[in-house]
Design a protein around this ligand. Structure first.
Ligand code: ADP
Ligand code: ASP
Ligand code: MG
Length: 472
């Protein structure tokens, strides 16, 4: 049995017409003789709307979550009316309405308690994929392809870190094969909810925002797919976010490492963990555009051809803070960095970029803006003694910063890239707060005021060192 796993993102299932196009793409792969597993996201905007409803519930705003429920019901029923065959519309409409009743019930309990737990939030966020998967499956059956909606809570077994759960790989592989292989062998195309999983005792978890890509790679590896295809709304992984840089170009082929680096530093087109299961299993990933399916998109493999160019892409992340720990007493004192990062790690805060000045008098690092207060409090507690002795005289945070990264394995050992990048920024008067180069030399990243991100990405992109063959 030749299997192919295909994931469709939010815009690919954004309305009835898009869902029909998605179903046609699934049917086309099935017609080629592949046993297809499809993984779907929630309809675009739905996960955000569910999150907002959850927060409204926490603040007791019943009118807000009730109206979200009605808006989501209308949105899904409209899609059903457009793409599901008439004889299935009522049944699927009832399933969707039942799921939205659950939304109401959970939000009501959150409102009563006045508290939204991470576990409760995951139960709410998971509803988007649970609705969309049923509609896509119904649409596919309408095209004459046998199909069943499958909840990933039966397949992806995770730890209980709600909001950002880690899959248990052996258990996930076993459960996925047990459920999906019999369906695939019968010629039934499973439409699986992306983004979600469950703990070993069956409590719903999510893999983090944008996690459906990761779901697809996990399932593709579990059923030994020949390739994992990620269908989205752009022509593959591009030299920059086309929303920021209109001249961004599609990259025909890149390595797992480069894709992971681009994703990690903000190329939203792929969840950063997507490459892990695919690389381990040696499965190529293809990124394709649902709205332009003939475009070849991007192929991600272990050994993408080395390039004569040096930079693959420019990425950006917003909504961050840069934290500085500074003091003359830090000079030559061993263990300060360890204490800084232990304190931050204990809070479960991930650090995106680190720099230390060579005088050792300050350490700067970048964290998500939402974690700023916790990080500062943890550092103040950790360094009470050093503060009293005035060995450390500043623990501060600058909010609203962004990180721009220049990524490419061809940068390794190539002198002059940093000079070109920083003179491009200097020429446009863009101020850089601090700079870091990973020792892998696969990226050069710098921190800047969030307001300068778009100009900085365009400035660096305009440098003609990007890795795209002429004419691509
Ligand atoms: P989906 O809903 O299909 O998962 P996402 O919105 O998560 O789609 O990701 C696709 C978006 O990623 C694109 O519309 C694009 O704006 C953005 N993006 C950011 N960086 C890049 C990049 N380097 N290449 C392609 N797209 C990018
Ligand atoms: N629906 C989820 C989100 O919006 C997961 C995904 O689309 O990948 O984050
Ligand atoms: Mg996505």
């Amino acid at each position: 049995m030749r299997t192919r796993t295909m994931k469709f993102g939010g815009t690919s299932v954004g309305d009835g017409a898009s869902i029909r196009r998605t179903a046609e793409l699934i049917a086309a792969s099935a017609a080629e003789g592949y046993a297809v597993t499809a993984v779907v996201s929630a309809m675009s905007g739905v996960t955000d709307a569910l999150g907002a409803a959850a927060r409204a519930a926490e603040h007791g705003q019943a009118d807000v979550f009730r109206s979200t429920r009605m808006q989501l019901l209308t949105k899904h029923l409209q899609a059903i009316a457009t793409c599901v065959p008439a004889d299935e519309r009522d049944a699927i409409g009832e399933q969707v309405s039942g799921l939205l009743d659950q939304l109401l019930r959970i939000c009501e309990s959150v409102a009563v308690l006045g508290e939204l737990t991470d576990r409760g939030l995951d139960a709410i966020l998971a509803l988007g994929e649970r609705m969309s998967s049923r509609i896509v499956s119904g649409c596919l059956r309408g095209l004459g392809v046998p199909s069943e909606a499958v909840e990933a809570t039966r397949l992806v077994i995770t730890d209980s870190r709600y909001g950002s759960a880690t899959p248990l790989l052996d258990e996930t592989r076993r459960a996925t094969r047990d459920v999906l292989l019999p369906l695939l062998e019968k010629g039934v195309t499973p439409i699986v909810t992306g983004f979600i999983g469950a703990t070993a005792v069956g409590v719903t978890t999510t893999l983090g925002r944008g996690g459906s890509d990761y779901s697809a790679a996990l399932l593709g590896a579990a059923v030994d797919s020949e390739e994992v295809w990620i269908w989205t709304d752009v022509d593959g992984v591009m030299t920059a976010d086309p929303r920021l840089v209109p001249g961004a170009r599609s990259l025909p082929e890149i390595s797992y490492a480069e894709a992971a680096e681009l994703a990690y530093f903000g190329a939203k087109v792929l969840h950063p963990k997507t490459m892990l299961p695919a690389q381990t299993a040696g499965i190529p990933i293809r990124i394709k555009n649902t709205f332009s399916p003939d475009h070849p998109g991007t192929l991600i493999t272990a050994d993408a051809p080395a390039s004569s160019h040096r930079v693959r892409g420019i990425t950006a992340m917003k909504g961050l803070s840069v934290v500085t720990v500074q003091g003359r007493g830090m000079l030559g004192v061993p263990g300060i960095a360890a204490k800084v990062f232990t304190a931050v790690a204990r809070e479960g805060i991930s650090v995106l970029v680190i720099t230390q000045s060579s005088s050792e008098q300050n350490i700067c690092f970048v964290i998500p803006g939402s974690a700023t207060e916790r990080a500062i409090a943890a550092l103040e507690a950790e360094f009470v003694l050093e503060r009293a002795r005035q060995d450390i005289d500043e623990i501060s945070a600058q909010p609203d910063v962004g990180v721009v990264a220049v990524v490419g394995s061809g940068m390794k050992g190539t002198p002059g890239i940093a000079a070109r990048v920083f003179s491009a920024l200097g020429d446009r008067g863009i101020n850089v707060i601090c700079i870091a180069q990973g020792s892998s030399e696969n990226n050069l990243s710098f921190v800047l005021d969030q307001a300068d991100i778009a100009a900085a990405v365009r400035a660096v992109h305009d440098e003609s060192c990007l890795d795209v063959p002429n004419g691509a």
